[in-house]
Design a binder for this molecule. Structure first.
Ligand code: CA
Length: 236
């Protein structure tokens, strides 16, 4: 994983791809106050160009941009940098598409109107997770997959799939338990932490996604197992 890019004064660059000037202004001010270097783009094309040139440490991505669908932009950002944290800014009516957001490689999302303080907290949380990840360079095996925690991907033969921060954190936590079940509450608490407020359905959605990635037959899982009334456990 590449080092977190910094501005000339050592501050991390946060790219805001958002076409609503009020949101950009509010976010830029708050990020500058927190010691980040904020760079804004009002179109997808401009945002992707900046992502290529400046390698931001984090991207805040509006889903409704004038020139391109945010999901598509997210996929393109992932091609530019497989590890940069991407936080989607979604309108309330798009809530049903959160799972799709994670599928195209977003790490987190906030729903408009969001609190700037909450978003700042989530940016900090993504950096802390990233630091934890770059701190260890372990890889481990689940079934036919080799999980590379440092580069956040899983490989089997020639097949390679990316993992989001949350997916990897979930696998690590389940793995730490050595086959003991972990409750949804603990997964929520340990992975998402106090800065987010997802529901236990979030955990279940993640497990569904992880199974689709990991299992030969996601409807008949062999690795991520449901323990009735207790939670989930991992059978590597
Ligand atoms: Ca918009």
């Amino acid at each position: 994983m590449t080092a977190v890019p910094a501005g000339q004064d050592g501050s991390k660059t946060i790219l805001i791809i958002e076409d609503e000037p009020d949101i950009v202004r509010g976010l830029s001010d708050a990020l500058a106050f927190e010691g980040y270097r904020a760079v804004a783009a009002s179109t997808a094309a401009e945002g992707l160009a900046i992502a290529r040139e400046q390698a931001p440490a984090c991207v805040l991505l509006d889903l409704m941009l004038p020139d391109e669908n945010g999901y598509r932009v997210c996929e393109e950002l992932r091609q530019i940098d497989h590890a940069v944290p991407i936080i989607m800014l979604t309108a309330k009516t798009q809530e049903v598409d959160k799972v799709r957001g994670f599928e195209v490689g977003a790490d987190d999302y906030v729903t408009k109107p969001f609190s700037v303080a909450e978003l700042i907290a989530r940016i900090g949380a993504t950096f802390r997770r990233q630091e934890r990840l770059t701190g260890g360079d372990e890889s481990f095996q689940i079934g036919r997959w080799t999980i590379d925690a440092r580069h956040r991907h899983m490989t089997s033969g020639r097949t390679k799939k990316q993992l989001t921060f949350y997916e990897l954190e979930m696998l690590r936590l389940l793995r730490e338990r050595g086959g003991e079940p972990v409750s949804r509450e603990e997964l929520l608490d340990r992975i998402w932490g106090e800065e987010a407020a997802p529901t236990s359905r979030t955990v279940d959605n993640f497990v569904v996604k992880l199974r689709r990635k990991l299992e030969e037959d996601h409807k008949n899982p062999q690795h991520i197992l449901t323990v009735y009334g207790q939670g989930y456990k991992l059978e590597p």
